[in-house]
Design a protein around this ligand. Structure first.
Ligand code: UD1
Length: 418
């Protein structure tokens, strides 16, 4: 049970290379089950969610392992269509395997997925969509059991643009008979990335990134060597950290277009940003000015995965802000922890009312989920004095070498045993 020890108040200066996107890598690893060809995913971050996904692939009978920074998967020997509770509970993305496992075996049995405790996180849209493709589904004892004679393409209308449901249905449809059209699809960049990966294996998918994804089923997929996109949430976390601490940093390897909603808010905060090719140059020398209103929305709106970090920034900005969380019901669990550091926040239903204070002060806090945990770390970097952040296994799920990268920017942060 590790923790971070942080000595706050240092300005951040320097350059960081952004990791490959967790939320691209996970569905791409799930997609590797669809082919007998060899798949290599390049520059995969060493994070717990990915390690758990590799464990699940091995459980399905695939050969999957890190080779240096890459992951190599050979699914030709996959022979198991069941994912037990202990593994499925480790990560939410285990649910993506439903689409690829049912496509491969025409059968699947998977325990309800786990992941961050940030709300109800139902999977009804995944299941309704699969039924439209001809899958029979029963749910009992915490397991979802699926079977079909064959998958047949169809039109699917999602009630809301769910990222996971869109991806899962793409995976189920790529080898189905005929055409599938997913309407009201999520438009996150990671969905376009999944499309590009599937097409690199010989699939016929188009429209990802828009509200309508079309999949023309193919009978066979080949292997691929693929570099997924960079992690916009990791990049956003570093930018917000520099806005809170003051700093002059450069992010490398990131498509700024995918972060437009955050960059827009940071400019409102008074931060200076310059974009050149795959780099973002960021500078902030003064206390940030508060952004009046932030509302999380599906992409291209403000990402829920940066809500906690942005609320931390509001805490030290001059003025008041209202942060509204529209996607997940219980995504303010980090707020009592920020209050220990002197933050002035009141939560009513889905809104956090934040009154900016001049300085946060160091404290011992506990991370309850991945992004809330990251928010506590960057708050501690900006605070006066010493802090400890406990429960950092949550942060290890999504940020690779977090403390090393922050230390390379001049932060005083170290990992220690509790
Ligand atoms: C993905 C991301 C997660 C991010 C989220 C929203 C991955 C691995 N995770 O999660 O980091 O926070 O998108 O950008 O990519 N919903 C239903 N029924 C369903 C599915 C979803 O009602 O069957 C609702 C959810 O409760 C939520 C909303 O749809 O309110 C969005 O959820 P969704 O886009 O599915 O999030 P995830 O795919 O779980």
């Amino acid at each position: 049970m590790d923790k971070y020890k942080i000595s706050g108040g240092r300005r951040l200066e320097g350059c960081v290379r952004i990791q490959t996107a967790k939320n691209s890598v996970l569905p791409i690893l799930a997609a590797a089950v669809l082919t007998d060809g060899a798949v290599t995913v390049l520059n995969v971050p060493d994070i717990t969610d990915v390690r758990n996904m590799v464990k699940i692939l091995c459980r399905l009978g695939c050969r999957a392992a890190y080779r240096g920074d890459d992951i190599v998967i050979d699914s030709s020997c996959a022979d198991n269509c069941e994912i037990p509770r202990a593994l499925a509970h480790e990560l939410r993305s285990s649910v993506f395997l439903l689409g690829s496992v049912i496509s491969r075996f025409h059968r699947a049995r998977i325990a309800y997925p786990g992941g961050c405790d940030i709300g109800l996180r139902p999977v009804d849209l995944h299941l309704t969509g699969l039924k439209r493709l001809g899958v029979e589904i029963t749910e009992s004892n915490g397991y979802i059991t699926c079977s079909c004679k064959k998958l047949v393409g169809n039109e699917i209308m999602l009630d809301c643009p769910s990222v996971g449901a869109t991806e899962n249905l793409m995976l189920a449809a790529v080898r189905a008979e005929g055409e599938t059209v997913i309407k009201n699809a999520a438009r996150e960049p990671e969905i376009e990335d999944l499309q590009n990966f599937l097409n690199s294996m010989g699939a016929k998918v188009c429209g990802a990134g828009s509200g309508t994804v079309r999949i023309e089923g193919v009978s066979r997929l080949g292997g691929s060597v693929y570099q997924p996109i960079a992690d916009r949430i990791e990049a956003g976390t570093f930018l917000i950290a520099a806005a809170m601490c003051g700093g002059n940093i450069e992010l490398e390897g990131i498509n700024a277009e995918n972060l437009s909603s955050l960059l827009h808010k940071l400019r409102e905060n008074g931060c200076k940003l310059r974009i050149k090719n795959d780099k973002i140059y960021f500078r902030s020398d003064k206390r940030p000015v508060s952004v009046k209103s932030i509302e999380t929305q599906p992409y291209p709106g403000f990402p829920t995965d940066l809500q906690a970090q942005m609320t931390a920034l509001c805490c030290v900005s001059s003025g008041n802000s209202i942060v509204t969380e529209n996607l997940f019901e219980t995504r303010f669990k980090y707020v009592p922890e920020l209050r220990r550091m002197g933050a002035d926040i009141t939560v009513v239903d889905r809104c956090a009312f934040v009154r900016g204070v001049e300085k946060l002060r160091g404290a011992v806090t506990v991370a309850n989920d991945l992004r809330g945990g990251a928010a506590l770390v960057i708050a501690a970097l900006a605070a006066e004095g010493e802090s400890e952040v406990l429960g950092i296994s949550h942060i290890d799920r999504g940020y690779s070498r977090f403390e090393y990268k922050l230390a390379s920017l001049g932060a005083a942060i170290e990992r220690a045993g509790t």
